[in-house]
Design a protein. Structure first.
Length: 340
């Protein structure tokens, strides 16, 4: 047993060391190969999904495009690598992808033991439950003794166990390797309830045989701060990822949109807007980019509110309310530190 444990520890250590070595100079590596390798969810509507022609859409997809805009002034310099929940961290640690942008929860163990960094939360979420209306269930507290479909290798399994233990309820777990298998099993009636992040519940509900036959229960049983992840050891790349998100937030707060950014870059006297758009100061140069890096993001992808609304908000089939993902000035948690 000691030999097995030692071997496993050595293997993990070797992977982390290899990842740390590759983490050095990620931006230079991206420029040399001419594209960003973006680890993506292969099938979550609103966040990451390719269509029949291989065109990717989603909030997490647009974040990788924003990085491509900042670096290359071109949103097409991204290769989306579909990754399962089970394989996503190994792919990032090994250098197969430059960034993981696929609805991943920021936790302490992932931030420390796995050798990853989570530069910024781009979607505040929480775990919930979906059931068939015909069951007559209106609260998660009525799920005592129920069978629950969940995905393996996620925080979902752990939160589920904690919730039922805390409420002194029993349940039967029905676990599957992929999100697709999990939801199909629920839709086919192989379990009483389906659990995942609330955003995922609304996305998966659209795939049900009869969407209106399903309801999302009101309880949120966990904190799920979803964030892009990078390897530890490359502060410059982490800064680029972090400030890409903050630039999109600051743009929304300042009223800079895809539609008016060209006008503002020429005519505004507002110092905050001038710093965001790169006409004052050298903030882009400080992270290894051009000074118009944020202008490129807004022009080619949009501000955070625009990206949210078209992918998961009122302009999308999901119609998720901004809620916690509203700007701090509008009652939410999204807060962009100043560019200055």
């Amino acid at each position: 047993m000691k030999t097995i444990v030692a071997t496993l520890a050595f293997g993990l250590g070797a992977t982390l060391l290899a990842g740390a070595a590759q983490a050095q100079g990620t931006l230079n590596s991206i420029k040399q190969k001419g594209y960003i390798s973006c680890g993506s969810n292969p099938g979550l509507a609103g966040f990451g999904v390719p269509d029949a022609q291989g065109r990717w859409t989603g909030l997490d997809v647009d974040f990788c495009r924003a990085l491509s805009a900042a670096i290359f002034n071109d949103v097409t310099k991204v290769r989306f690598i579909p990754l399962s929940a089970k394989d996503r961290f190994t792919a990032l640690q090994s250098g197969e992808v430059d960034i993981l942008s696929r609805n991943t929860t920021w936790t302490m163990s992932r931030d420390t033991a796995l050798g990853l960094d989570f530069p910024a939360v781009n979607f505040y979420d929480g775990q919930g439950f979906m059931v068939k209306k015909k069951l007559g269930i209106t609260s998660a507290k009525q799920l005592d003794g129920a069978s629950i479909c969940t995905q393996q290798g996620t925080t979902t399994e752990l939160n589920l166990a904690d919730y039922f233990r805390a409420n002194k309820m029993k349940y039967e777990v029905v676990a599957f390797a992929s999100a697709d298998e999990t939801f199909k099993a629920y839709d086919a009636g192989r379990c009483d309830a389906f659990t995942t992040d609330a955003s995922g519940l609304y996305a998966e509900r659209l795939r049900a045989a009869v969407p209106d036959d399903n309801i999302v229960l009101p309880e949120i049983i966990s904190k799920e701060p979803l964030a892009p992840a990078v390897r530890q050891g490359d502060a410059q790349w982490a800064d680029i990822v972090r400030w890409t998100h903050y630039a999109m937030l600051n743009a929304e707060e300042a009223g800079i949109t895809q539609g008016n950014v060209d006008q503002l870059v020429k005519s505004t006297d507002n110092p905050d807007i001038k710093r965001i758009l790169g006409t004052e100061g050298k903030y882009g140069a400080d992270i290894g980019l051009t000074n118009d890096w944020a202008y490129r993001i807004i022009k080619l992808v949009g501000n955070y509110g625009e990206v949210f609304e078209r992918n998961v908000g009122q302009g999308s089939p999901l119609k998720i309310q901004r809620g916690l993902n509203a700007l701090w000035s509008k009652g939410g948690l999204q807060y962009g530190p100043p560019i200055r």
